[in-house]
Design a protein. Structure first.
Lengths: 321, 321
């Protein structure tokens, strides 16, 4: 933290020595005022985009990484003043040497915060692990894992009757996804990179991203300040090269022009996305219930059920061992 | 050039030792076949986007830098087979130690190619130099210079009755402009980054960019091969930091994924721009003739005439010396 401290600067609110400076606002803050500034910022994001209404039940997805642990801790702070009920969920994807500590880290954090915590093993629920799915399907690991996690979280949240499903996507993630989708002109991706995604069909939770306007730099600082014990970044399957290039570029630009990531994401939301969405809407296939599982699908059988059947077939023939 | 040569590779067309490899197509070429490949690529761009029709008169803007000299040389090759008449123009912006050699370099290249060459001094024509305008106006140098060059070239081309005005914008330029406009969500910029811009009012030339699909790497190789003597890049007024950051990033990504710049620009043209344009069209103020000069303007007096009057006022008072 030493590098973020500025010796002579004083907290804008109490005059004590500043612990860090929020660069985009040139705002020096002590530890206590940084914590409340950070929490207020998340609350403002949630209110601005109408993520949660009073009385609703919110399920937060916790992997045990820094972003999701901070999200859990902040939502635990906000649940009473904002009037929502909070529970947490961790998926056990069956990755050796990773999933067990992911579940344990999340469970411990939830226990410390007094938040009810659910663990869902995809092997128990759907009959296969992520490593088995990766052997059965040629898609890149991150894209397959994304499909499995999105489906499972929405499926469980629907079953348990949650109104909203919260994930730890950060401002840095969103800036990277948006820029990467611009570069490949991936319009159908581009229209979905919003802070709130409404449910595809009735009965499903809306997807919300309360850290949509929070920088990872500040998330890391908040985790340190709250003493959160998170897992190191990086899943064993992630191949990170192209996204690292984007990350480094965006970090450099943010360093030179503090506030740029936020400006870029706001510009996307206010000017670019509405145009793309209006243009794309007539072409979008309407979602309908998957004939196997009832979850939203653009075809007769959803992508997850097709994957699940393929893996089951190969597992049945003993071809994945 | 040594680094671009691959010892063992042979020209795809004639089997001689390859001089360079076009990486996005994995295409090894000797000097002669590279030259014709490069010229055919520019011709294909011109035909694909209907830049010039047979019998038309084309004015090419030549600054004396590598891109515009290559454009001049290629258009001189293409003018007979494609059936257009070609003349060249260089603006003397009155920048000490730069404009004179810009004019001289361009004049010599045009003479060698047998292309008629016009020199327009903005001091003679409008009464002020670029350095004087920069003292009178707070806009960044590149934005002011762009305004002056765009206006002057269009004004002269209209006066001389040209159908099209060709500029040396490259694929690298376009990728950089597009990415930068994405990042700032500058929609009104974004819709104009096309290979052909139709005239804003009747009687004006259409603006065309024949190097829209050509990489600077290949432009540099073509200049070397043709022995073109160009001025080094970089005007004395350009402050290059933010655009350099983008350039380095895009060059890295192109190096790792050859063809990415072209894919990005094509994706912009085919998918993103049509959506933005359809959305923006109803909001665009219609262009009308400037009440002073008759050139297209969104207001009563165009930006150039406002600048010109401001500089004249300050020059009259002796405030710019």
């Amino acid at each position: 933290m030493r590098s973020r401290r500025k010796r002579k600067r004083r907290c804008r609110f109490c005059g004590r020595e500043a612990w860090l400076v929020v660069r985009q606002a040139n705002l020096p803050l002590c530890r206590e005022h940084f914590a409340s500034w950070f929490e207020r910022r998340v609350e403002r994001t949630m209110r601005r985009y109408k993520m949660v209404r009073p009385g609703e039940r919110v399920l937060v997805a916790v992997s045990g990484g820094k972003d999701s642990l901070v999200l859990l801790a902040v939502l635990a702070e906000l649940s009473e003043p904002m009037g929502f009920q909070l529970e947490a969920i961790t998926l056990d994807l069956g990755i050796e040497g990773y999933s067990a500590s992911s579940v344990e880290t999340a469970a411990e954090a939830a226990r410390a915060l007094g938040v009810e915590h659910h663990v869902i093993s995809i092997k128990d629920r759907y009959g296969f692990t992520l490593p088995e799915a990766l052997k059965a399907d040629r898609r890149p690991a991150c894209s397959l894992c994304g499909l499995i996690k999105r489906y499972t979280l929405a499926d469980v949240a629907r079953e348990m009757g949650f109104d909203a499903l919260a994930t730890g996507h950060t401002l840095d993630d969103m800036a990277r996804f948006i820029l990467s989708s611009y570069m490949t002109a991936a319009i159908s991706e581009l229209v979905r990179l919003t802070p709130v995604v409404p449910p595809g069909l009735p009965g499903l939770p809306r997807l919300v991203k309360p850290l949509y306007e929070s920088l990872e730099e500040h998330i890391r600082a908040y985790a340190e300040l709250r003493g959160l014990k998170y897992m190191p970044d990086g899943c064993p399957y992630a191949s990170t090269a192209p996204s690292d290039r984007l990350r480094i570029f965006l970090d450099q630009v943010e360093h030179e022009s503090p506030g740029m990531k936020h400006a870029m994401v706001r510009g996307y939301l206010k000017r670019i996305r509405p145009a793309l969405e209006a243009h794309l809407r007539p072409e979008l296939p309407p979602l309908r219930p998957c004939s196997r599982c009832g979850m939203p699908s653009s075809g007769d059988v959803c992508a997850f059920c097709r994957l699940r059947e393929k893996v089951a077939r190969l597992l049945g023939r003993g071809e994945l061992s």
